[in-house]
Design a protein around this ligand. Structure first.
Ligand code: GLV
Ligand code: MN
Ligand code: MN
Length: 420
């Protein structure tokens, strides 16, 4: 195509089309739609994930982008630049938790396509290529750890190890990737981009509470996920005296309660969640034989996160021993806090201010693909407001004005990064 040189073209007036972006968000949300809500369920590598991928890949080819798929299923679509070489990359994920909203992840991918459409319509060829990525299994809800596709892309986990991960439903990741047809030929680790920027909803309350439009994200807190399986003595619920029980259900419940008190004791920004718990045989009148539960601990400070892990480990050991139970702990994910590139964070903040938006620097409470790219290239994120701070919930909502503001900040950040 014939392009206009970014150096000679005034791009300051370019703006995204919010109607077009919302239409794409709605089209994607219709796949795996959760009835009666605006949300969707597209757990990684399920049929719904495949259908969502097919839809977005179609959008990418309609925009004349070159689409590649790598060996872990990451999809990278590239708009050619005036020079070859590493692209400025944006993107995110389109898998969701089982109770997903329509913005988490999807916004970062679809806003990237909107940026490409704006440039195409204006007849602009960026100096550097611009790429939009869909990264496999960001949520980690079906296959742990989270951010798996971007982790493998940057060389943080070997492909073979990733392909062998077992889902919560027993499926093998590599088999599911083959089944949905997204086992692609591009090798991993992939080439480092020139820079990486991810637009995402905040998924928390800070921007809304403070009345601020844009977050210039300067880092991501550390994440520690564990799955604990406690085993005891299954027995009759009516005949077994309390002092003779070996009850894994009790140990699990005590741990769930302990990690909440632990987070309160350590204070902000420590958070803790027990999000999944299963008993076997899971019957009203049977002391469980085993209990399996997850622990999610996060903190922006690595030393504090290690302290939380240590105190939980001690509590689990002493409580299980006192109850006569044994246990096993599997680490599902462990990522240290990440600091983004100050120059890219400044660029996000300055761009937001230049577009007339209020902006604050802030860390991310959620994990994101950008934190993996921060290992290999200058990276930052743009946050936009989440109504009532809700996410991982079909009620997740971001107003059109906020979507538009966030996408326009990303447009101009990408233009700046692609121009030098
Ligand atoms: C995943 O993205 C998470 O933050 O839980
Ligand atoms: Mn997300
Ligand atoms: Mn999420």
């Amino acid at each position: 195509m014939t392009g206009t040189d970014l150096f000679t073209t005034d791009t300051s007036g370019l703006a995204i089309d919010i109607g077009r972006l919302q239409q794409r968000l709605a089209d994607l949300a219709a796949i795996g739609a959760i009835e009666g809500t605006e949300g969707s369920a597209r757990l990684a590598l399920t049929d719904e994930d495949k259908e969502g991928r097919d839809l977005v890949v179609g959008m990418m080819t309609d925009l004349d982008m070159t689409v590649t798929v790598d060996a872990i299923g990451n999809v990278i679509a590239t708009m050619a630049g005036q020079i070859d070489g590493p692209p400025v990359m944006c993107g995110s994920h389109i898998d969701t938790v089982r109770t997903g909203g329509r913005y988490d992840g999807n916004l970062g991918v679809l806003a990237g396509l909107e940026v490409v459409e704006v440039l195409r319509s204006a007849g602009i060829t960026p100096y550097r290529p611009i790429a939009v990525g869909i990264f496999t299994d960001e949520e980690g809800a079906r296959f742990a750890p989270d951010m798996l596709g971007s982790l493998v892309y940057v060389g943080g986990m070997a492909l073979e190890e990733a392909l062998d991960i077992t889902a919560i439903d027993g499926a093998r990741l590599g088999d599911e990737l083959d089944r949905i047809g997204y086992n692609g030929p591009m090798p991993v680790p992939g080439p480092a981009p020139h820079a990486f920027v991810e637009l995402h909803i905040e998924q928390g309350p800070v921007l809304e509470v403070e009345g601020i439009t844009i977050g210039a994200v300067d880092g991501v807190q550390g994440i520690s996920w564990q799955e604990v399986t406690v085993s005891g003595q299954s027995n009759h619920a009516g005949t077994t005296p309390m002092n003779l029980r070996k009850d894994p259900g009790y140990v699990a419940a005590a741990c769930a309660s302990f990690i909440r008190e632990l987070a309160i004791d350590l204070g902000h920004p420590q958070v803790s969640t027990c999000g999944r718990m299963q008993f076997a045989p899971n019957l009203v009148n049977v002391v469980p034989a085993s209990a399996t539960f997850t622990v999610d601990l996060r903190n922006t400070d690595e030393a504090a996160l290690q302290e939380a892990e240590q105190r939980f480990a001690e509590f689990l050991a002493s409580t299980a021993a006192a109850e006569g139970c044994t246990y096993e702990v599997e680490e599902l994910a462990r990522f240290e806090p990440v600091v983004f590139d100050p120059k890219v964070v400044d660029l996000v903040a300055d761009t937001a201010a230049a577009l007339g938006h209020s902006v604050r620097r802030m860390p991310s409470g959620a994990g994101h693909d950008a934190q993996m790219f921060a290992r290999v290239c200058p990276t930052a994120m743009v946050f936009t407001n989440s109504k009532d701070g809700l996410s991982h919930n079909p009620l997740e909502y971001t107003a059109p004005d906020d979507l538009e503001a966030g996408a326009n900040v990303m447009l101009h950040v990408l233009l700046a990064l692609a121009a030098d």
